[in-house]
Write a protein that binds this ligand. Structure first.
Ligand code: NIG
Ligand code: FE
Length: 422
């Protein structure tokens, strides 16, 4: 039998298949990593053909596949980073330094900095600059093991720049190894030309921008920043219902700095995910737990802004499906490292090592509606995986801030050759 191009990866010391119940993982299953010792993994046509204990490899099979011996290393699925903002004109290290000297993130934003600072820079930037920023971070993400991600617009806030950013994303996405889902975040802030008129801005998005995004197929999801001083829950509901009316699935930046009830709104609207949740109320933790909305935690943002970490343990114990993502963006978390997010989840948000790894793979995929193809290594799923330079998976968060990612495999190719691996 000719399998064509592909790999037979042998000598895997620990294979985390992430086998478990289908869909978002929660409750008793929240830490199921499907660990197989002394394992092998056969890949062809970009899909997992077979995986299991090496001693059970069907005799004589997979002879046409290229053999790779990992000599006892760990293999996990690639990370699924379900919340990033990589489309912008300039970084904001000046504001970072101001915060380091005592300024507050929300005060900087209220004074016209923050998101609106990035909006000015993005409107003024050439396509080539936005594209170069995007490509640079995608390549860095790959080197850190992210094989699937979600990317949001939201630094244009006018029809021209929002559409321009989404078109750049549409052009770049098919040229990189990762799978990228796209989110329209026109409701990220109120642009200065609509100051004092959120209703007018939302009407503009509804009549001028959303239909164009839908017509050109430029986004998979629509998101809103539901926050005190940004969009109220009522405004957020209206915008997301407009989006749902056009067939978009929705997600919400919810309860980041203040408990405005964003998480409850996410449940009410059947959103894919409620993200941030630093200030989520106990009532809304319970509502998330009894819903299909994934609770997406972004611990890098809490660290970067010196805010309290999100209540990971409480969400996990309540039975919510919890995902971890980077929130990579120029203002509130300039970090694209998923291994570091796993570390922060364990060290600062009460996750076990296994829960953190499930949240950064299986549940990230669920938050993007990709449970059938991404986040785990079952036969038939996409063969996106990391061969780590470690022999014990617990070293992933244990080695703080130092990612031991070796080789990264994505689709049917080795996208990053690992030192001493291939
Ligand atoms: O997810 N919370 C809202 N927006 C982004 C980044 C905002 C910024 O550019 O400062 C976030 O943190
Ligand atoms: Fe965000």
């Amino acid at each position: 039998m000719d399998f064509g191009a592909g790999f037979l990866v042998r000598g895997i010391g620990q294979l985390l298949t992430m086998d478990g119940p289908p869909g978002p993982r929660r409750g008793a299953a929240r830490g199921e990593i499907g660990l197989v010792g002394k394992a092998a993994l056969a890949v062809s046509g970009g899909r997992v053909l077979w995986r299991g204990p090496e001693k059970d490899l069907p005799a004589g099979s997979f002879r046409n596949l290229r053999e790779i011996d990992l000599q006892g290393r760990v293999v996990t699925p690639g990370f699924v980073d379900s919340h990033t903002h990589p489309l912008f004109g300039k970084t904001r290290q000046g504001e970072f330094a101001m915060r380091a000297a005592g300024a507050d993130y929300e005060e900087i934003a209220a004074a016209g900095g923050g998101i609106l600072n990035s909006v000015r820079a993005t409107r003024a930037a050439d396509d080539s600059v936005i594209e170069a920023n995007l490509r640079r971070v995608l390549s860095s993400m790959l080197s850190l093991g992210t094989t699937t991600l979600e990317a949001k617009s939201g630094y244009g806030l006018d029809d021209e720049t929002e559409i321009r950013c989404l078109r750049i994303l549409a052009r770049v996405a098919p040229t990189v190894p990762q799978t990228i889902l796209r989110t329209f975040l026109g409701a990220h802030a109120l642009p200065t030309e609509y100051a004092g008129d959120p209703s007018g801005y939302l009407s503009f998005l509804k009549t001028e921008v959303l239909p164009l995004v839908a017509k050109e197929g430029l986004a998979d999801f629509v998101d809103v920043f539901c926050e005190k001083g940004v969009f109220t829950p009522e405004e957020s509901r209206r915008h997301l219902q407009d989006a749902q009316g056009l067939g978009f699935r929705v997600r919400i930046h919810a309860d980041e700095f203040h408990d405005t009830g964003g998480a409850g709104l996410a449940v009410e609207l059947g959103a894919m995910s409620a993200d941030h949740l630093l200030s989520v109320s106990p009532e809304n933790i319970a509502r998330l737990a009894s819903s299909d909305t994934v609770a997406t935690l972004l611990p890098g943002t809490a660290l970067f802004l010196n805010k309290p970490f999100p209540p990971g343990r409480a969400l996990l114990d309540a039975g919510a499906a919890v995902a971890l993502a980077s929130d990579y963006n120029p203002g509130s978390c300039f970090c694209e490292s998923m291994p570091f997010m796993v570390n922060l989840a364990v060290c600062a948000c009460g996750f076990t090592v296994e829960e953190a790894l499930v949240s950064a793979t299986v549940n990230g995929a669920a938050a993007l509606g990709l449970s059938e193809t991404k986040g785990a290594l079952s036969p038939g799923m996409d063969a996106d995986f990391i061969a780590w330079n470690i022999d014990d998976y617990r070293c992933i968060p244990y080695h703080m801030a130092v990612p031991d990612v070796g080789a990264v495999f994505c689709g049917d190719e080795i996208r990053q050759p690992g030192e001493r691996i291939v």
